[in-house]
Design a protein around this ligand. Structure first.
Ligand SMILES: Nc1nc2c(ncn2[C@@H]2O[C@H](COP(=O)(O)OP(=O)(O)OP(=O)(O)O)[C@@H](O)[C@H]2O)c(=O)[nH]1
Ligand SMILES: [Mg+2]
Length: 382
């Protein structure tokens, strides 16, 4: 059922979009909620807004405690590298064992449950891509645990999740429990087929790709919600209601991998949990498969997050960078120029691209709009 919000509510939503700080956003969401009529069609929206309000309150509290200096238990961990993945699971499932095997860092892992008491970051590399892995304290099976909400805050911040399940215990119930906790926090690990994707832009007005809706109607609707510039992808059956739902969407999708441990001790478990596992990328971990599993995870994340690796060539000595820049698929030369140095972006003349896999001749000379591809080598001339 559509939300069909009254103009007052739409106006308040604009404030939500414009909010610059968490405090402002909290205030704006609270005001928005008070303008939303409560009926069947707005049930989901109201729930999502309440959840986001709760989450913001938590985050504001956490930041306060961190600023006070006593925030030794603050769960926020600076992102480093190209992809951040958070290990999630119930106690004793093997998260720290995996963490240690992947990153080489020392950490407590043994048969004692709840040994990990605070999140710990480590790194591993997949074909040039730096992946930051976070070991976390185990989730507990209790609805109102502040421990859980700190762990889930890490998950919300991450690029992807690795759900660790122990094959010697019921895997389906471990997974459905983790998934329900994530969902209560506004995180979904199932990619739904979307009828509408809205990508906000800073200029250019509203442009539609696909669909059968009138551009002016879509632009009017978006304007009501304070969106003036956007690229909007539509399926043929997308309606204005779908667009409104997409504008108000607050559930974050995180790609998730399932890692099964102790499978050698429970030969039937994989078959039993098959209906659940088959919906996700599932890997079986043991100490003899560390490199294989690491490689599979790296490849899967790189593809799922739609990334590409760009190597830069130093114009002075012709040296190619040892580490690639990792950017989103579809990135153009100018984005890479900006990432390297603002001067290269400002004084950009042209770029040279080498890539024998996709170009007939290398290098080709290109402009700032040229779309890059995986394993391109680029030299920017300013
Ligand atoms: N047989 C077997 N044991 C494993 C495997 N993975 C982990 N373990 C064992 O499971 C126990 C728990 O592992 P941890 O890595 O400490 O688990 P955790 O999820 O970090 O648990 P806590 O942080 O203590 O809640 C350890 O004794 C590990 O050696 C596996 O694939 N097979
Ligand atoms: Mg642990």
């Amino acid at each position: 059922m559509p939300a069909n919000l009254p103009p007052q509510a739409k106006a308040k939503w604009k404030k939500v979009i414009e909010a610059k700080t968490k405090q402002e956003k909290l205030q704006a969401l609270t005001e928005f909620l008070s303008e939303v009529p409560k009926h069947k069609g707005t049930e989901k929206l109201v729930m999502q807004v309440r959840r986001q309000i709760a989450r913001l309150k938590e985050e504001i509290e956490l930041e306060k405690s961190r600023k006070k200096g006593g925030g030794g238990t603050s769960p926020f961990i600076e992102k480093e590298g190209d992809i951040q993945v958070v290990l999630l699971g119930l106690s004793n499932t093997g998260k720290s064992t995996i963490f240690k095997a992947f990153t080489g860092l020392e950490t407590l892992c043994s048969e004692a449950p709840f040994e990990t008491t605070r999140p710990q970051p480590g790194m591993f590399n997949w074909e040039g891509v730096e992946i930051q892995l976070l070991d976390t304290p185990s989730l507990v099976q209790s609805e109102s645990s502040s421990r859980n909400s700190q762990i889930l805050a890490l998950a919300f911040n991450a690029d992807a999740l690795a759900l660790v399940v122990d094959a010697t215990r019921d895997m389906t119930s471990q997974l459905s429990y983790i998934e329900s906790m994530l969902r209560a926090r506004g995180i979904t690990i199932r990619e739904e087929k979307k009828r509408v994707i809205i990508e906000k832009r800073s200029s250019g007005g509203v442009n539609l790709i696909g669909g059968r809706l009138k551009p002016s109607e879509v632009a009017n609707l978006l304007r009501d919600y304070g969106i003036y510039h956007a690229l909007v992808w539509l399926t043929d059956d997308a309606t204005l209601d779908d667009i409104e739902a997409a504008v108000l969407e607050m559930t974050a999708f995180k790609p998730a991998i399932i890692i099964v441990t102790k499978a050698e001790a429970a030969p039937e478990a994989l078959d039993e949990a098959e209906p659940y596992l088959s919906k996700f990328k599932t890997l079986v971990f043991d100490s003899s498969k560390v490199e294989i599993v690491k490689n599979e995870i790296g490849k899967y994340l790189f593809q799922t997050l739609e990334l590409i690796r760009i190597y830069t060539k130093n114009p002075k000595n012709g040296e190619i960078s040892a580490r690639p820049l990792v950017v989103r698929k579809g990135a153009r030369v100018e984005e890479v120029a900006r990432r390297i140095h603002s001067r290269l972006y400002k004084d950009f003349k042209y770029a040279l691209i080498w890539n024998d896999r996709r170009l007939k001749f290398s290098p080709v000379r290109v402009g700032r709009d040229f779309e890059l591809d995986d394993l391109d080598v680029i030299e920017i001339v300013a």
